[in-house]
Ligand binder design. Structure first.
Ligand code: UD1
Length: 420
């Protein structure tokens, strides 16, 4: 396992390119299972999670090749409809194969994902959605066994807005017989992109970008190509890197519309933002102001930026409250940030962050992807040396983060296992 070694205190300056969105790619790849042929996913990020999804699809007979950020998927040889535990336990998004396999092949066997580092993450909405579409589902020995001769259109109204369940049920419904309506559908940009990709494959979907999707099932779909949208969380993380270090950072190739809530809160914190088409420049203030945020569904502040915001607020001039309404237990980064000198108290699903004048370097351990990002952000300003262990989490979702940070002037090195 690699680690990062940082020496904090350097303001970051410069421009970095934003990669394609992880969470789009992880939905677009399984969507290719809905038709036979060759698909090209351009602007695919080179990430560990994308690798995991590729190897899962390969076990089903898909041929996958990533070169120069173009992922080519050939689904003409799909002959196995199973997602084994060893893949699903590495990455929960593996559950996305359930809908496409069931819709196109009439059967799927997908491991139940279980919990994750910060608590339970159920898949009941995915299962209920498939049942509504007429699938027979049994849960046996840790697996979802799903069968259906042909799915039938249905009305599905989600109690909770879920990105994954919306994507999965939409992928199943596009090949069902008749009309489906998904109410309280997620409207995250990655779901909108998935819907547009399905439309390009021949699916009939109305209400794209709204929380009511109406889907007229078709008998068959054809391959399509797609340009993956930029990763809004990667862009947000680099803007926070500029803000926390007192620097000036431009993210190029980002979509400002997808980041509206984050940009508004950064302005509230005293940052100056210059928004141009496809580019955002942040200039940090002399001292950050404390700003409360509440992570909620899109277009609210993303839960995937909550950990980074706590890192930022840990050095603001005053106290702020960071609340997460999506994942109530997602605060495993807090004790690690406290090892760097942050003053944070977690009360139920909120963190009370009392800004301190400075952080100090220490060895910390990351527990999940966004927690890792928050520790790296804190390490960028902590006095002295910070070691962030278990960085494989960061490789799941940030392409070459240390090289991008180095290009902005950060003192960060990856030390591979053999060297320590
Ligand atoms: C996706 C993102 C993840 C992000 C999350 C919330 C991907 C690959 N991952 O995860 O980065 O943090 O959205 O924006 O896109 N829920 C249920 N039952 C279900 C499914 C979800 O109760 O069957 C609940 C969850 O526990 C959570 C809420 O719904 O409280 C939202 O989760 P969801 O949107 O489904 O997250 P994911 O799709 O897993």
């Amino acid at each position: 396992m690699d680690k990062f070694v940082l020496h904090g205190g350097k303001p970051l300056h410069g421009t970095i390119p934003i990669s394609g969105a992880k969470n789009s790619t992880l939905a677009l790849m399984p969507a290719a299972l809905l038709a036979s042929g060759v698909f090209r996913l351009r602007n695919t990020p080179a990430l560990r999670d994308v690798n995991t999804m590729s190897s899962l699809l390969k076990t089903m007979g898909v041929r996958a090749r990533l070169a120069d950020h173009v992922l080519t998927l050939d689904t003409s040889g799909v002959d196995r409809q199973e997602a084994p535990y060893e893949h699903v336990k590495k990455m929960r998004a593996s559950i996305y194969v359930l809908g496409p396999l069931l819709a196109r092949h009439g059967r799927a066997k997908v491991s139940l994902p279980g919990g994750c580092a910060w608590g339970p993450r159920p898949v009941n909405l995915h299962i209920e959605g498939m049942r509504k579409l007429g699938a027979a589902i049994e849960l046996k020995r840790g697996y979802i066994h799903a069968k259906a001769d042909r799915l039938k259109g249905a009305r599905i109204s989600f109690d909770v807005s879920s990105v994954g369940a919306t994507g999965n049920v939409m992928m199943a419904a596009v090949l069902a017989r008749g009309t489906s309506v998904i109410e309280n559908a997620a409207i995250e940009p990655e779901i909108t992109q998935l819907a547009q990709f399905l439309q390009a494959m021949g699916a009939r979907i109305d209400g794209v970008g709204t929380n009511r999707l109406e889907i007229e099932g078709v008998d068959g779909l054809h391959p399509a190509d797609v340009d993956t949208i930029p990763d809004r969380i990667e862009a947000g993380t680099f803007l926070v890197a500029g803000a926390i270090t007192g620097g000036t950072v431009t993210v190029a190739g980002a979509n400002p519309e997808h980041l509206a809530a984050v940009l508004a809160r950064l302005e509230d914190a005293g940052c100056t933002l210059t928004v141009e088409p496809g580019r955002i420049t942040l200039a940090a203030p002399a001292k950050l102001k404390p700003v409360d945020v509440t992570a909620s569904i899109y277009p609210g502040f993303p839960t995937d930026m909550q950990a980074q915001w706590i890192a930022l607020m840990s050095v603001a001039a005053g106290t702020s409250v960071v609340t997460d309404t999506i994942y109530f237990d997602r605060f495993k980064h807090v004790p690690e940030l406290m090892r760097l000198g942050a003053d944070v108290e977690v009360k139920e699903n909120a963190a009370v962050v009392r800004g301190v004048p400075n952080l100090t370097g220490a060895t910390v351990m990351s527990t999940d992807l966004r927690a890792s990002a928050s520790l790296i952000l804190a390490g960028l300003i902590a006095e002295g040396e910070t070691e962030v262990l278990r960085v494989y989490h960061i490789d799941r979702g940030y392409e070459a983060i240390e090289r991008k940070l180095q290009a902005l002037g950060a003192d960060i090195q990856r030390v591979s296992h053999q060297e320590f």
